[in-house]
Design a protein around this ligand. Structure first.
Ligand code: S5P
Length: 439
């Protein structure tokens, strides 16, 4: 909102500038993290005569297109300007293209440090964080002036403590797991679908419950990502219908990477048609999903015929199906009775159905068989969401409190400066949450 209040925008940027001065930060140019910090950076640049650079957010491939606009020389030092810091990830996304054009980045200034682990993460990457305010300072001030009550202050503090993003430092006050669980090893022989059994065994053997959603722009980028994160995942999830092309050769290369790194492939096709149609869509068409994807998924909106249709194609190929019992998006209609009916359909078709896409299985009000697996999307190191309805929970929240088995992480990994490193962090967080919730 500050962009609409010139006097506040000006005060905010002065407060940030003052913090930089008092901390003795030195820099030649500055760059705002797109988009909310751009007006703040502009304001600081205008008021203090420091040149500004602009990062184009939409340019993914820094090598071929101009991701950084403006006048600068290699070796100059660039300050990063951001409004909020939570995990530090959006700052790191801006550091990478700046370093790519040989600028040095040592300091980051933010209006508010939410104190959720961002500072430690940036420090680990050699970046100094200067914040005009910490969230606790703002809370204390609001309480002092009776603008929020102490109950709200306590709730916010608890939320911050429970949603720390620095996975190497688990919050002291992390909520205990809601329910104890069986090990993946113990559940493997209870799976009636052979692929479900294989997945439980793989997770136990490889010690990972991470699935990466490889929602990148081309098959080549997807294969590169699969190779980088492969050592850390149990499942690589794809959306091959977003690519311009998809060939048998791409599928073969993906299968080779799955064998090399020991993971399963999950084409997230979300089938939703009558049995007769899904037979054609699953086995044929230009993607021939059943030929190369171990796992796929379906909505139960059309009724059980969709399971029969998919089973007809996938069963003899040793494939497995996940039913979408819930969705992570705001306003989803997949809840309550619908979710219970999906759970019942899975129980009845365990030869082919290996489990669910779930969000909060502990809250379904029905127990599902231990041989069925729960995989949950909408996971990042900090809870939150995007501007199109996605809602995020943390690995500990998903595995510990909500009782799921696998975390599915997309942007939290593939948008990180170093996706392999991010995958390792999510893997460790997911596995720790699993171990903590064992009986
Ligand atoms: O309810 C759902 C079901 C799925 S499979 N919500 C989801 O977000 N997904 C998928 O998980 C979605 O299509 C995307 O591939 C991934 C989440 O990506 P992220 O970037 O938001 O982590």
């Amino acid at each position: 909102m500050i962009v609409s209040y010139p006097d506040i925008l000006s005060k905010v940027s002065e407060a940030m500038w003052a913090r930089l001065q008092s901390n003795g930060a030195k820099f030649d140019v500055m760059c705002g993290v797109p988009y909310t910090a751009l007006p703040i950076a502009t304001c600081m640049s205008l008021n203090h005569g420091t040149p500004m650079l602009m990062r184009r957010k939409e340019v993914k491939d820094y090598g071929t297109k101009k991701a950084i606009e403006g006048a600068f020389q290699a070796g100059q030092t660039c300050l990063i300007v951001e409004d909020l810091v939570t995990s530090g990830m959006s700052v790191q996304e801006t550091v990478a293209p700046l370093e790519e054009v040989k600028l040095k980045v040592t300091d980051v200034v933010v209006l508010i440090d939410r104190e959720q682990g961002g500072q430690a993460r940036l420090e680990a990457d050699g970046l100094r964080l200067h914040s005009a305010f910490t969230l606790s300072y703002i809370l204390d001030t609001l309480v002092k002036h009776a603008l929020v009550g102490e109950d709200v202050q306590a709730k916010v503090k608890q939320f911050i403590a429970e949603n720390q993003t620095n996975v190497s430092m688990p919050p002291a006050s992390a909520a205990p797991a809601a329910k104890k669980r069986m090990t993946y090893e113990a559940r493997a022989p209870l799976a009636k679908n052979s692929l479900g059994r294989e997945l439980f065994e793989l997770m136990a053997r490889k010690k990972t419950n991470l699935s990466v959603a490889a929602d990148v722009g081309s098959p080549e980028e997807m294969l590169e990502l699969a190779d980088a994160v492969g050592p850390h995942v149990c499942v690589l999830k794809t959306h091959v219908d977003v690519f311009d092309s998809w060939t048998a050769d791409h599928a073969k290369k993906l299968e080779e990477l799955a064998a090399k790194h020991d993971f399963l492939i999950f084409e997230d096709r979300k089938f939703a048609d009558i049995g007769n149609t899904v037979v054609m869509q699953y086995g044929g068409g230009i993607y021939k999903i059943a030929d190369w994807s171990h796992i796929t998924n379906a909505h139960l909106v059309p009724g059980p015929g969709i399971i029969d249709g998919l089973k007809k194609v996938g069963m003899e190929k040793g494939r497995g199906l996940l039913l979408l019992a819930e969705m992570s998006s705001k306003g989803t209609l997949a809840n309550g009775d619908y979710t219970k009916k999906v759970a019942a359909a899975a129980e009845e078709n365990q030869d082919f159905v290996m489990g669910f896409i779930s969000v909060s299985p502990n809250a379904w009000g029905v127990e599902t068989s231990p041989g069925l697996i729960h995989m949950t999307p909408g996971v990042q190191l900090a809870a939150g969401g995007d501007d199109l309805g996605q809602q995020y929970n943390t690995p500990a929240g998903v595995i510990g409190e909500r009782g799921s088995d696998v975390i599915i992480v997309g942007r939290g990994v593939y948008k990180a400066v170093d996706p392999a490193k991010a995958a390792k962090e999510y893997r460790e967080a997911g596995w720790r949450a699993y171990e903590d919730s064992l009986a």
